[in-house]
Each structure stands twice: as C-alpha cells, then as structure tokens.
Design a protein around this ligand. Structure first.
Ligand SMILES: Cc1cc2nc3c(=O)[nH]c(=O)nc-3n(C[C@H](O)[C@H](O)[C@H](O)COP(=O)(O)OP(=O)(O)OC[C@H]3O[C@@H](n4cnc5c(N)ncnc54)[C@H](O)[C@@H]3O)c2cc1C
Length: 588
C-alpha cells in the first residue's frame, strides 16, 4: 500500500499562481502569511498528515468507533493522534489570535485541511465540526458564551458538534421538533437528534453541542428555530467542568464508510442550553456555520480524490498485465496502457481543477472579510455565495467519481479491501449527502444564487471567464480556448433559461445537471488560468509546468467538452423528468 504524500507542488502552485496568496497576505491581520511561513506550515502539516494520521486510516476503518456503557471509544491511536494534533497547534490555525488562534487566512488553512482529510477523513471531521461551532459562536454568541467556550475549543481541549437532523427533519429543517423551554438565564432542551458526527467520543474532555430547537411560542417552520449551546458537562464559573448535562449518546450508526468517525443518536433530556443569538433566528446562525462546513465538505471531495489518485497511480506502476501495444515484448505495468492512462488523467486533471477552484473560493472568502473596500468585499461575498454550492456539490460528486475510477484502475484488487482503494470510495460516498445533499445544493444554486438576483453574479463571473478566453493565445491552447468558450456559452444559456423560467418544477428538474455544468466550467476556467501561468513559468520547472499544460488540455478534451450536452439537458430535459405518473415507474 502506498503512503500519502501531500501534493505540495500543486498546492503551492494553486495558492500562489491561481488564488493570489501574496495579495491575501497583504490584507490587514494576515501579514504573518509570508511565503516562508506558509511553506513551513505546509511542510509540517504534510509530515503530520503522512506520519501520524495516514497510518491510522485503515486501522481506524477496520476497528471503527464503539459505544459501550454510554461512552464512545475511538479506534486505537486516535486519542494520541488528537493529543499531538492539538498540542501542535493545528486546531488553532484558522482562528483569531484573540481566542488563541494563529489568525491565518482561510486560504492557508485550506491546503492544510485538505491534507488532514486526504490522510484520514474520519479523523478530520472532529476539527472540521469544531471549526464550524467556533465560527457560529464567534459571530453570534454572547460575550459570556464566547468567553466560556471559544478559547478551549480553539486550543482543541473541547470539541464542537452540529445538531440539526432529527428522524423526521433531514433536508427539511422546518420540521425540527426538539423543544427549548426558558428557565431563568438558560433553557431546558429536550428531544432526539440523529446522525450527529462526533456526538460522543473520547478525544476531548468536553463536547460543545450546537443544537437547533424550538421554544413553545415559536412560529411554525424555519422562522421558529433557535440555536443553543448544550455542553456535555456544565461549566463552573471558574471555567472548570461541573455536573454531567442531560445530553447523551444512545447509539452509533453502522454505516458504509467513515467507520472511525462516530455518528451518534443523541437524546437531550431536560438538558441545560444557552441561546446563541436571538430566539427564532437559529437557522440564520446555523447557515453561517453551514456555509463554512459546506466549503469544508467540498474540500473533502478534493482530498479524497487526491488520495484515491495517489493509490491508483502507485498500483498502476506495479501491476504487470498485457504487452505494449506497439513494441510488444514483455508484460508491462498497466500504466503503459492507454485506457489506464485515460483513467489516471481523468483522476489527476479533475482533482487539480477542483483544488484550484476551492483555493480560489477560499481566497475570495478572505477578501470578502478583509478587503479595504466595502464594495469589493460585497463582490467577493457574492462570488463566494455563488460558488459554495458548486464547491460542495461538484467537488463531492467528482470526488466519488474519482474514487470509483481508483477502484477501476485496481481491477479486482480494488473491489477487495486489501489495497485500501475501496475505503476511499466508501468514505467519499457520504460527502454528497451530509451538509445538504447535491439536490439541495443545486436548488440553492438555481433558486437563491441565480434566479433570485436575475443571474447578476453569475453573469459578472461569466464576463471575467470570457476575458480570460482572449488571453489563451498560444497554438497549444486553442482547443482549450474553444472548449472554454463553448462551456461559458452553455452556462450563459442556462442562466438565461433559469432567470426566464416561471415554472419552478422545470427549473429545478435540471438543477443538478446545471450544478455539474457550473463545476465543470469553473474547473475549466481554473485549468485555463493554470495553463497560462504554466506557460509563463516554463523555464522554472519544465517538467511540472509542461505536465500542467498537458493536464489542462486533457481536461478540455475529456471534461469541459461535456458542457454543451449538459446545457441541453438543463434547457430541454425538464419535461422528461416529470413525464411519468408515479404509477408508471414500475410496470410489473
Ligand atoms: C455519516 C453522517 C453524518 C452526519 N452528520 C451530521 C451532523 O453532524 N449533524 C447533523 O445535524 N446531521 C448530520 N447528518 C445528517 C445529514 O446532514 C442528512 O442525512 C442530510 O441532510 C440529508 O437528510 P436526510 O438523510 O433526512 O435525507 P432526506 O432529506 O430524506 O433526503 C432524501 C432524498 O430526497 C432529496 N430531497 C429531500 N428534500 C428535497 C427537496 N425539497 N427537493 C429535492 N430533493 C429533495 C434529497 O436530495 C435526497 O436525495 C449526517 C448524516 C450521515 C449519514
């Protein structure tokens, strides 16, 4: 089995040449992100991911997290790895210095998070959820809540969770039933939450649950949901842990993948909870958290694709089958066969395109908060809002595709567990489901991000892609230029269709194909930018930059070319989606 090695060259390329790290480092508060510091962070993180987290990935999958007597034991080695993780300051990387964080830009935290997930996705979920909880508390929590909880969570001493889902309330959070009854300065929370990632575990002494619930007089639907902090242990005034609160894990789910990550059924029984923000505005706060988490899950798609690619690549160089088509002779490694090359190129090119897009969106997140012009902040925020469902939906769907290709490259050895290729596919499978399914992301993209604003942000983005097309002047990039132009036109046609369409059934019928189209074209936009940057830098590292140009061209010929077909599906395919009656689906 091959070990994980962070793709540092491609990460640096995406950071510096595509996402504009040097500009991000000029934003107020990010002066620490000098090239030397960032390099040192990436090198150290790469070492930690490879040496500490990667070796626990397979054993963690085999052993899984276990519940006994109300306590959850994570797989062997996880506690020690988490201790090192927190002591190394990794948990604190993206947080503000006033909470003990390192105050680094999202753009720098992004490749680091990618490494944790590539090396061990189950492990990475604990810090990911803690990040989301800290984010919500730092934006909407009272001063007292912030003082009590944030610094410990930033230090990694306490972990956070996100409790939205209930048996009857999945995608539709209007159906949340958990109750919150006011009692003096706090509330009493009662209800059941399911599928709670790291809802109970042994990595930290305290778990800080963020829970959606309803007060008795709250209006129906999403307008009556409030957000509460419900700690596993009550916190005494001096900050030490007091009595056990009424929040407990009653079972863990048996699931397809991420076996080491405990997915808990939680019962809240008259538990003490503290309101975050205002009553009935919980969903808005949760959305803040969900946007960060959706980006994080999109990045999981990139990370798992990278890992699956590395494993398939290593296998393809070792496995001997068949002969060279032209030279004949002895048996050759399968990487010499065109179809295996095609699969490896699909894996590599899409992974690099996804990485580039995710890093560019991370940079836009930084600019949306720190740019010195309010007007530009707004523009960056609109771009982020448009692209979050694309990063979440497209990168995770493609991550599964790439992990599945990884199994295919292995042949039968991919289907058995021994090589590890199957684990990546199993682990990747959840990414298109949690934090909002692909269907829900696509409806967000079509409804909120395009139709509601008449397609304004999408059109502004398309205009910038068109400008780039004009820069693709060299003969080597003419195919890519044409494919990008066709892709841009395809998105533009769909945006016009969505804005003009009055029947939501028809617009939403093509929402997922549209999300895929957006992802493919946004990826093509980044690969075209990558090819241009590579042409300029050829003399610095001929092998890396030539590979980048060839990979971008491959992406154009094999991926971007799908764009016009997807456009036809979006614009013409709606009627077919709803054509059958429910009875006509199965003719027995
Ligand atoms: C391993 C794991 C970890 C999880 N971690 C957490 C966690 O930490 N915290 C938490 O709160 N939740 C968590 N979840 C829950 C997860 O977020 C939900 O499973 C997810 O939101 C989907 O909800 P659901 O399962 O009820 O599916 P449903 O909402 O029942 O959806 C079923 C299908 O119907 C589609 N659908 C539903 N509504 C619509 C609609 N209006 N229009 C079009 N299509 C629709 C969906 O896209 C999907 O294909 C986790 C789930 C799993 C499996």
């Amino acid at each position: 089995m091959s070990a994980y090695a962070a793709p540092l060259k491609d990460m640096r390329f995406a950071l510096n040449e595509l996402a504009g790290l040097s500009q991000v480092a000029q934003l107020p508060g990010y002066e620490e992100a000098t090239p030397d510091t960032v390099d040192a962070i990436l090198e150290e993180a790469a070492r930690f991911a490879a040496e500490v987290l990667d070796p626990l990935n397979r054993t963690g999958d085999q052993e899984g997290s276990k519940l006994a007597d109300g306590k959850v034991r994570t797989p062997q080695g996880f506690r020690e790895a988490y201790r090192k993780f927190a002591e190394g300051g990794w948990n604190a990387l993206p947080f503000e210095p006033r909470w003990g964080g390192q105050g680094l830009p999202k753009l720098v935290a992004t490749p680091v998070d990618e490494m944790w997930t590539s090396a061990n996705m189950s492990f990475s979920l604990c810090p990911l959820l803690t990040q989301g909880a800290v984010h919500a508390l730092s934006l909407r929590g009272s001063e007292a809540l912030q003082k009590t909880y944030i610094a410990k969570m930033v230090a990694g001493e306490w972990a956070g969770t996100m409790n939205l889902t209930e048996p009857q309330a999945g995608s539709d959070l209007a159906l949340v039933k958990t109750r919150a009854v006011r009692e003096k300065a706090h509330y009493r929370i009662s209800g059941q939450k399911i599928f709670i990632t790291y809802g109970e575990h042994d990595l930290t002494e305290q778990i800080v649950h963020l829970v959606l619930a309803r007060t008795p007089e709250a209006p129906e639907g999403v307008k009556g949901i409030s957000l509460f902090v419900v700690p596993k242990y009550l916190v005494k005034p001096d900050g030490s842990l007091g009595e056990r609160n009424g929040a407990r894990c009653v079972s863990l789910e048996h699931k397809l993948g991420i076996h080491a990550s405990p997915t808990a059924v939680m019962i809240y029984d008259n538990a003490v909870g503290y309101l975050v923000g205002q009553e009935n505005q919980g969903l808005e706060t949760m959305f803040i958290m969900m946007n960060a988490a959706r980006f994080g899950v999109g990045l999981e798609g990139v990370a798992i694709a990278e890992r699956a690619f590395q494993r398939a690549l290593a296998f393809s160089k070792e496995r001997l089958q068949g002969r060279d088509l032209v030279a004949g002779g002895k048996t050759v490694p399968i990487i010499r066969h065109p179809d295996v090359r095609r699969m490896l190129m699909l894996m590599k090119s899409q992974t690099e395109a996804m990485r580039a897009l995710a890093y560019v969106v991370a940079a836009a997140l930084d600019f949306s908060q720190k740019d010195d012009s309010k007007e530009r902040q707004k523009q960056h925020q609109s771009f982020v809002d448009l692209m979050i469902p694309v990063v979440k939906g497209w990168c995770t769907e493609t991550g599964i595709e790439v992990a599945s290709l990884g199994v295919q490259v292995h042949g039968g050895m991919g289907f058995v567990e021994e090589t590890g290729a199957a684990q990546y596919l199993r682990d990747a499978r959840i990414t298109t489901i949690y934090e909002g399914t692909t269907g829900i992301q696509a409806m967000d993209l079509v409804g909120r991000k395009i139709a509601r604003e008449g397609g304004a942000t999408a059109k502004a983005w398309l205009a910038s892609v068109r400008q780039l097309e004009a820069e693709l002047q060299s003969p080597a990039l003419q195919g890519l230029r044409r494919q990008l132009a066709n892709g841009t036109q395809a998105v533009s046609d769909c945006v016009d269709f969505i804005v003009a369409e009055k029947n939501p059934m028809s617009a939403f019928a093509g929402a997922v194909p549209f999300l895929k189209l957006m992802g493919i074209v946004a990826g093509g936009w980044q690969m075209a930018r990558a090819a241009l940057a590579a042409e300029k830098n050829l003399s610095k590292d001929d092998s890396f930059y030539r590979a980048k140009i060839a990979t971008a061209r491959f992406y154009g010929d094999h991926v971007l070319v799908q764009a016009p077909g997807l456009r036809d599906t979006v614009v013409q395919g709606g009627a077919g989606v709803m054509a059958l009656t429910e009875e006509q689906f199965l003719a027995t």
